[in-house]
Design a protein. Structure first.
Lengths: 105, 228
């Protein structure tokens, strides 16, 4: 690194410098079970935006409809991929509300 | 941010700022076994199963391994998580949760505060350092090399959507359970879609199960866990 900030710990170990990405989570929210979108201003920070789904639901998750997530500028959109379960118990796959975390790195 | 500090790395990418949102480590386990194996390898190869208990406050879960392996969540009940993995051996497990940074007590530290005077970044405080993020493929596995040699990395997937596919063996229909999984090893990490379980599906002459639509591919995160 020719120029820039370097941070060392008390032992002289380099903790952080300008050669690395450490990323950050900008926002985390529940998707609900409807297709929707929301604006996240922090996604305008320079870097590569990403999304990450988590859930604390119990599951053996064979027959669940998950949302497909896209990020365009500051807008995060999600749309569930609905389908009919082709085996027993049949019927529509239930949608699951998930936690959507978005950030940049 | 009306006032404060923003630090960009060599690529012009925002690295830290006064509004940094800290994700802190809250769980750490080295798993060495036991593993179980049901002996069934039809259509899936050999998989090993293990169950661990993960505290409910863990939101982000990551795995490190000195051996290249795939890992997929098989089932979950409360804090009990059962995973399937393609190799036995030691797995390093890291859990993170959303939490404000803890002020360190060392003599050498850089701290950032937001406009309300709240500590938002402490260079000596452990926090989740995201090195890479990408969407896994819907067929096969994709890995990317870790960015800095000598540092320790772990890989997380968040969710592990599944899909049943039909197959046939000796005239008997089988169902093959495909799962998104993460891939972790000593030098690279990623994920993809792979078969993790199978079972006979009725009797000879019965139809194989229809193929479920494939869920959207999840994002894999690679984090720097050096020192954790």
């Amino acid at each position: 690194m020719a120029a820039g900030l370097q941070i060392f710990d008390a032992s002289g170990n380099l903790v952080l410098d300008g050669t690395r990405r450490i990323g950050k989570i900008v926002s985390t929210f529940a998707s609900g079970v409807a297709n929707s979108s929301r604006v996240i201003p922090g996604l305008s920070d320079s870097g590569t935006p990403f999304h990450y789904i988590t859930t604390d639901a119990d599951y053996f998750s064979e027959h669940i409809a998950y949302p497909d997530i896209t990020i365009s500028g500051n807008t995060v959109s999600w749309a569930f991929l609905d389908y009919a379960i082709p085996v027993s118990p049949y019927g529509p796959a239930p949608r699951r509300s998930v936690e959507i975390s978005v950030g940049v790195f | 941010m009306a006032v404060g500090l923003k630090v960009y790395n060599d690529d012009g990418i925002l690295q830290i700022d006064s509004d940094f949102k800290t994700i802190s480590p809250t769980f750490r386990q080295t798993f060495t076994g036991p593993y179980s194996n049901d002996g069934n390898t039809a259509f899936i190869g050999t998989w090993y199963q293990f169950t661990i208990y993960i505290p409910a406050d863990v939101k982000f879960l990551f795995f490190g391994s000195s051996t290249d392996r795939s890992i997929a969540l098989f089932k979950k009940s409360g804090t009990s998580h059962t995973f399937r993995t393609s190799a036995q051996g030691t797995i390093e497990i890291y859990g993170f949760r959303e939490a404000p940074p803890v002020a360190s007590t060392g003599s050498y530290v850089m701290q950032l505060f937001n406009e309300s005077g709240e500590l938002t970044f402490d260079s000596n405080s452990n926090f989740m350092k995201i090195s890479n993020a990408f969407t896994v493929p819907t067929s096969g596995l994709q890995v990317q090399s870790y960015p800095v040699p000598g540092r320790t990395y772990a890989v997380g997937l968040g969710v592990y959507p599944k899909q049943w596919r039909g197959a046939s063996q000796a005239g008997v229909p089988w169902g093959v359970l495909m799962s998104y999984c993460l891939q972790v090893g000593p030098t690279a990490g990623g994920g993809g879609l792979t078969a993790i379980a199978s079972r006979p599906w009725g009797s000879a002459g019965d139809p194989a199960p229809g193929q479920m639509p494939l869920a959207p591919a999840p994002t894999v995160l690679i984090v720097d866990v050096t020192g954790l």
